[in-house]
Design a protein around this ligand. Structure first.
Ligand code: PHE
Length: 337
């Protein structure tokens, strides 16, 4: 470079500028660098004025050298400006980006209702034992809810079901099912034995809600029809199910009872940790009249049935004080499960 001695220090400026540009943080700082090295008070601007005072022979070459330095710095600043503007634009886009998945509160996931959980677990346990799940309508006729189950019109057991009738057709012929046993009949009517089903679902009675009753509740029915089925199979099935559901320590027992649709009939109990017994449901060998009502020959096929309340089971399993908690819909209660 052809700089006169008095301008020799200008030669260091490009390196100085490069060092500052390498460390520059933002466009504001770049503007400072720009004015420091190219502005009115800069050494380069001052050098232009000095050119008039140097020897005319050197002036042209010195002027060219000063301009070269200036052009070099301008180019370096321009490149840096482009780089910083692109980064600033990207940062702004990032800051203003709308995150459509963003939520203001932590999402609280819902969960299945306690009774639904109990029902699902029961189904899983029975499916694991080889049963399939059957369903039927919640509004039934007297044939399915009573007659086919060996409860004729005159039978006193009709009264014990506290039935809610529907105002449709002949009086007391259409009703909300008072148990899940009608699903037995519907299944036997349409399915060739062997039959291994469980039928969970909603059932209804005229009960007033109290700590142990709900007018709309849930039952699960079990039905097995096969050759050579005995009361021993029934007891064994109930025992395996109770162990799978409650755990191995819980014992079961059958107590003689009466249902028109089973003969013999029993109630089944499970043991509490303190040794006392708790009634869970009813069961028995399917009555021959019931098999005949469904076109099944009782001399060839035998079977057992059982039924119990799912809500009661949930109350027992979680030791609730009041069955009405299940339907109060208090999320503080429901969230615990
Ligand atoms: N359906 C009976 C009830 O609701 C229970 C039951 C089912 C009993 C199957 C015996 C066999 O009371």
């Amino acid at each position: 470079m052809s700089l006169p001695a008095e301008m020799a220090e200008l030669e260091q400026i490009p390196a100085e500028v490069d060092a500052r540009l390498a460390a520059v943080a933002d466009l504001d700082e770049l503007a400072e660098i720009d004015s420091a090295y190219l502005g009115k008070k800069s050494a380069l601007t001052a050098a232009k004025k000095q050119l008039g005072r140097i020897d005319p022979e050197q002036r042209k070459a010195a002027g060219r050298a000063v301009n070269e330095i200036r052009a070099g710095i301008e180019a370096a600043i321009a490149v840096t400006r482009d780089r910083l503007s692109a980064a600033a634009r990207a940062a702004q886009l990032e800051a203003e980006r709308l995150d459509l998945t963003e939520t203001r509160e932590r999402i609280r996931r819902g969960s299945y209702h306690l009774v639904t959980q109990a029902r699902d677990r029961l189904e899983d346990v029975f499916v694991g034992m080889g049963f399939t799940v059957a369903e039927g309508p919640e509004v039934e006729t007297a044939w399915y809810n009573f007659e086919a189950l060996n409860i004729p019109e005159w039978h006193p057991a009709r009264g014990s079901f506290d039935t809610i009738f529907v105002n449709l057709g002949e009086p007391e012929q259409v009703m909300l099912r008072s148990h899940t046993s009608p699903v037995q009949i519907r299944t036997m009517e349409t399915t060739e034995p062997p039959i291994y089903i469980v039928a969970p679902g909603r059932t209804f009675r005229t009960d007033t809600a109290d700590a142990t009753h709900l007018p709309a509740f849930n039952q699960i029915e079990g039905l097995v029809i096969d050759r050579g089925i005995t009361m021993g199979d029934l007891a064994g099935t109930i025992d395996s199910f109770v162990h799978a559901f409650f755990g191995g320590e819980v014992k079961t027992r059958l107590r003689p009872s009466y249902f028109p649709f089973t003969e013999p009939s029993a109630e089944f109990d499970i043991s509490r940790p303190d040794g006392s017994w708790l009634e869970l449901g009813g069961c028995g060998m399917v009555h021959p009249n019931v098999l005949r009502n469904c076109g099944i020959d009782p001399d060839e096929w035998q079977g057992f049935a059982f039924g119990f309340g799912i809500d009661r089971l949930a109350v027992m399993r979680y030791q609730l004080d009041d069955i009405r908690e299940l339907v109060n819909n208090d999320v503080r209660f429901l969230r615990q499960f």
